[in-house]
Design a protein around this ligand. Structure first.
Ligand code: FES
Ligand SMILES: [Fe+2]
Length: 430
């Protein structure tokens, strides 16, 4: 059974918490580039990992991600003036640059050097794929920005939709590690193009630990063919899923009971400038979804009887949110009953708990290489049919060619394929 302590470990991400310190050793998405589209535009709030931050793009285009509360007496810098290469507090005019250097303290005597003794908290950023990433850990432990293929893609081949999720990041993440719910939660009766998933309600699952996280394979019987869906949990908060072409779903904690869901996608062809960005139509101002708990996700009971399993239309964000938010903001996993269909969830929890435990023992964390050129093409996702009985590894050999160590150096560190028996999965031993 999942214990209260394990539940706390995997939900709490404030500074100083076990997982909070682990997450602070990775580059994570902080905000979309378009939230601060041009130099000297208004700053925006960025609440992540239990910290209140603001982001701004200065006169030279440099990005600052700094503590929201002024180092003087705590006024929010969200209300400040973004001008002349710094963010100036609205209370007494102290001005900070993108690195947290306090440039001016105009309410102090002209010869004051007090500002030189203070550094305003600021985190490094990296802009790629339309996302501003940040690293919130110790400077000397900073890994390289991961060399994922999408980091180098032209901006017209990637898209992102960010939305507020009113529950713990872990509930969102676990929804990505569970292929079985596709047959139910997202089911559209009689819809063309979804038959592959619906044919076999209880897919066979394989999971394997890798250098980056956990690879999850759902294998469905599709008559004359076998239907594979491969997803990859990537430390610390992403899952590559075969949605649309290929998507990366990321769950960034805001605090213990809320998170940002990112639907980040790669397209096969360049998108037209006026092309609608997938999922954005489901999200309103402030990244709040149209379908929420406070309007019962606009459930249509007649539709639920006749057209869809849930009654929420084709609104996939709404489907997933109903499932994960209605558990409560921080679900008490000591009361759950894990079953065979939860193999992926179990494997990912184990991987995360092991990473936290190892980190506390001073061992290296997985997927934190300092090599910016380290190939990452073994991290992937796909869904496809092949003749019955095909071996997915033979079809996609690039996924199988590498088993790296916990810190990504290339040899096998004891991770390997482990297929849990139904009994193990069913009793939920963690
Ligand atoms: S509180 Fe910001 S300058 Fe005084
Ligand atoms: Fe889903």
């Amino acid at each position: 059974m999942f214990t209260k302590r394990q539940n706390a470990w995997l939900n709490e991400t404030r500074k100083g918490t076990p997982l909070g310190e682990v997450m602070r050793r990775y580059w994570i998405p902080a905000l979309m580039s378009e939230e601060i589209p041009e130099p000297d535009c208004p700053p925006v709030r960025v609440p992540i990992l239990g910290e209140e931050l603001v982001a701004f793009r200065d006169t030279d285009g440099r990005i600052g991600l700094v503590a929201e509360h002024c180092s003087h007496r705590g006024t929010s810098l969200f209300y400040g003036r973004n001008e002349n290469c710094g963010l100036r507090c609205g209370y007494h005019g102290w001005k900070m640059d993108v690195e947290g250097t306090i440039l001016e303290t105009p309410a102090e005597p002209p010869n004051s050097v007090f500002r030189n003794k203070i550094k305003h908290p600021a985190y490094p950023t990296h802009e790629a794929a339309g996302i501003i990433w940040t690293y919130m850990g110790p400077a000397d432990e900073m890994p390289a920005v991961p060399n994922y293929e999408f980091m180098k893609m032209p901006l017209n081949r990637v898209y992102a939709a960010k939305s507020y999720l009113d529950c713990s990041w872990l509930q969102g993440l676990e929804g990505e590690c569970d292929s079985a719910h596709l047959n139910f939660l997202h089911r559209i009766f009689g819809a063309k193009g979804y038959e592959d998933t619906y044919l076999d309600k209880y897919p066979e699952y394989t999971t394997e630990d890798t250098d980056f996280g956990v690879r999850m394979v759902a294998i469905r019987d599709a008559g004359e063919e076998t239907y594979f869906r491969v997803s990859s949990f990537v430390m610390p908060l992403s899952v590559w899923v075969p949605a649309r072409t290929r998507e990366v779903h990321m769950y960034v904690p805001i605090d213990d009971g809320s998170s940002w869901r990112w639907d980040f996608g790669m397209t096969a062809e360049p998108m037209a400038p006026d092309e609608e960005i997938p999922r954005r139509d489901q999200i309103g101002p402030g990244f709040v979804r149209h379908r929420r708990a406070d309007n019962d996700y606009l459930i249509d009971r007649e539709e639920q009887r006749t057209k869809t399993f849930l009654g929420l239309g084709m609104n996939f964000l709404g489907h997933d949110a109903m499932a994960t938010e209605s558990m409560g903001r921080v679900y008490d996993r000591t009361t759950e009953h894990l079953a065979v269909s939860d193999k992926g969830v179990i494997a990912v929890r184990r991987f995360l708990l092991k990473a936290v435990e190892n980190f506390q023992k001073g061992l290296p964390l997985p997927h934190t290489s300092k090599d910016p050129e380290l190939p990452q093409d073994h991290i992937d996702t796909f869904a496809a049919h092949y003749p019955k009985g095909s071996d997915w590894r033979k079809v996609y050999p690039h996924l199988a060619k590498k088993k790296a160590t916990a810190n990504g150096t290339g040899s096998n560190a004891g991770h390997g394929v482990h297929e849990m028996s139904a009994a193990t999965a069913g009793n939920g031993k963690e």
